[in-house]
Ligand binder design. Structure first.
Ligand code: PGA
Length: 250
């Protein structure tokens, strides 16, 4: 299975000129790639332009979506609109969206809607802090169980699970996570999926890591942590740094 590297640009950059520059800057790093899927998730207004300037090795993604098909939902974007622009992956349940109101129930509705349209959800989970009693584990379990409600065994393999501990995300992060912390959760997610579905399904699903990924730690999450890929925020806006991450995974 190909490794996955997701660029989550968040609410950046501010102009289409910069979108073009970032994507052009990436082209030297994506030239001879065949064992990695690079998924770039620009802000919604830039999805179209990113689709125009990206190269063949880059796949389009979105940072969010609404679960209703169409109609009176001011400010929202539908799955078909994104699909129409060539989007193949959609991030769902990012902690920054959960803070803005995306509950487990909403996340579940979004995953269901996205799977129905044969797009791959990148399902984000992660705790805000770790405690000695391990309550964070039941928090993660609840996120997974509620997020996967009504999802069939045949559909789960199309979901990419992204473990993103909130305490390791962004420039205010307490600290970055270490590969062992990722491994622990990776095994835990597989156990939950095995209990919900079966071992075969648990073995197939891909689990990636996100939270302060940079050229210095990227390799360790793949090699030591066993990650199937990475979700990169800040460093995905800088083609040199993102390119270095791609090279390390390669
Ligand atoms: P970061 O963001 O790499 O800037 O920590 C990761 C994310 O929130 O997806």
């Amino acid at each position: 299975m190909n490794k996955i590297i997701v660029a989550n640009w968040k609410m950046n950059p501010q102009s289409k000129f910069e979108v073009e520059n970032i994507l052009k800057g990436l082209s030297i790093f994506t030239k001879n790639l065949n064992n990695i899927d690079i998924i770039v998730c620009p802000p919604s207004p830039f999805v179209f332009i990113a689709g125009k300037v990206k190269n063949k090795k880059i796949v389009l993604g979105s940072q969010n979506v609404f679960y209703e098909k169409e109609g009176s939902f001011t400010g929202e974007v539908s799955v078909s609109m994104l699909k129409n622009l060539g989007v193949e992956y959609i991030i769902i349940g990012h902690s920054e969206r959960r803070i803005l109101g995306d509950t487990n129930d909403i996340v579940n509705k979004k995953i269901l809607a996205v799977l129905k349209s044969k797009i791959n959800p990148i399902f984000c989970i992660g705790e805000s802090m770790r405690d000695m009693n391990g309550f964070y584990l039941s928090f993660i379990k609840e996120q997974i169980i509620e997020g996967l409600k009504g999802i069939l065994k045949s559909q789960v393999k199309n979901i990419i699970f992204a473990y993103e501990p909130i305490w390791a995300i962004g420039s205010n992060a307490e600290r970055g996570a270490v590969p062992q912390e990722f491994t622990e959760i990776r095994i835990y997610i597989k156990k939950i999926i095995s209990d919900l579905y079966d071992i075969k399904t648990a073995n197939i699903v891909r689990i990636i890591y996100g939270g302060s990924v940079n050229p210095l730690n990227a390799e360790s999450f793949i090699k030591e942590g066993g990650a199937d890929g990475l979700l990169v925020g800040r460093d995905s806006l800088n083609p040199k740094k993102f390119g270095a991450i791609i090279n390390l995974v390669k």
